[in-house]
Design a protein around this ligand. Sequence first.
Ligand code: DUC
Ligand code: ZN
Ligand code: ZN
Length: 468
Amino acid sequence: MSLLVKGGTVVGPTGTQVADVLVEGEKIVALLDPSFSPAISPDEVIDAAGKYVIPGGIDAHTHMEMPFGGTSASDTFDTGTRAAAHGGTTTIIDFAIQRTGEVVQDGLAAWHAKSEGNCHIDYAFHMILGGVDTDALKAMDQLVADEGITSFKLFMAYPGVFYSDDGQILRAMQTARDNGAMIMMHAENGIAIDVLVQQAVARGETDPIYHGITRPAALEAEATNRAIALAEVARDCPLYIVHLSASQALERVAEARDKGRNVFAETCPQYLYLTLEDQLGAPGFEGAKWVCSTPLRSKHESHAKDLWKGLRSNDLAIVSTDHCPFCMKDQKELGLGDFSKIPNGIGGVEHRVDLIYQGVVDGQLSLERWVETIATTPARMFGLYPQKGIVAPGSDADLVVYDPNATTRIGVETHHMNMDYSAYEGVEIQGRVGTVISRGEVIVADGNYHGRKGRGKFLKRGLSSYLV
Ligand code: DUC
Ligand code: ZN
Ligand code: ZN
């Protein structure tokens, strides 16, 4: 089966070119000058004139079906990966979980059992370590060597749930330094946050906005700084700060990077567009929709502006979603009358490509940087490049034909995620995902779905391309 995506502007991390993209089977085989008419008659031609042709999006941070906060994230691998496909994402990297006391490989097996046969797009895993002990450290080596899992997430937050102390973090970092893995860090000082939460609840400050007030930027910056210091002691173990939201944390990352350290960071669309006051502070219990950690930050400070700047300067390398959806009904409602019981998480896997394209429209990012932050760098950071993340011969034919002359209106009535609200209700994007191709197969065309559950393959990942 051959396919020609004809006459579009192919966007890559280093520039744009008008080209025909020739696909044979699951792979891109050539980028052709449109004036050149080779003696081929492809089985299918997609007209991309006037449109961008970009690599399929890679969302490097999702939590499908994650048990958390007394419930489970509402998107399954089936619903979540289908929604991702609608939004131009053709690969996710989800987080398998080892709980405290659990064997790491058992946690991984549970994630394979949930996902296998259910995904609409390709998928890979990071591993959350909820209990760093000698066995877990040995398991890290085995996962890197045999399982294609080359990144491990640790938590400085959530004492009693996923929390690791500094000694555990250091040991995991030393192991990663030796086996080439990346340590991903949820950088918030959870011990101090828990004190602030207890004090707020005792004062009767129970509305959702207090979720944000009790997780101050200073405690994100402190944990970020501590993680960077621990990684330095672990002989500059590669460190990736997840869901960075605060200017002060970004400053710590920028300082480390200026010194040439192996420190990387991502942010998420919610921190670029949504705020403590306007969303988390919405009247009544409404703000529960936007309870996530790290929290939304104040619009009276310069966080969002600084994060866009960080994306331009590469101090922020990637935009992921931290997709962890919960419905209002029966899930977020667990925290009625007590913000500390609201399950933490926002769903957005369907909207990342569009929301960051809006940054191009608004003059925040170049086209090239859009593609780099949503596809190319995630592939390089997490050992999927050049199979994924680039429109080039030899790469998987994961392509999005993106129409800059159409618009997208985000809302619960039209989205495909298993959520009973949208975190971005009514937001208009000056662009639209047209055709989505995954390994040579058209899975979305003009909003209509043509893929199927189970077609997505598990990807064993290599080491990060950014390792030194
Ligand atoms: N933050 C969230 O908001 N949800 C899932 C886990 C996390 O760290
Ligand atoms: Zn986290
Ligand atoms: Zn997360």
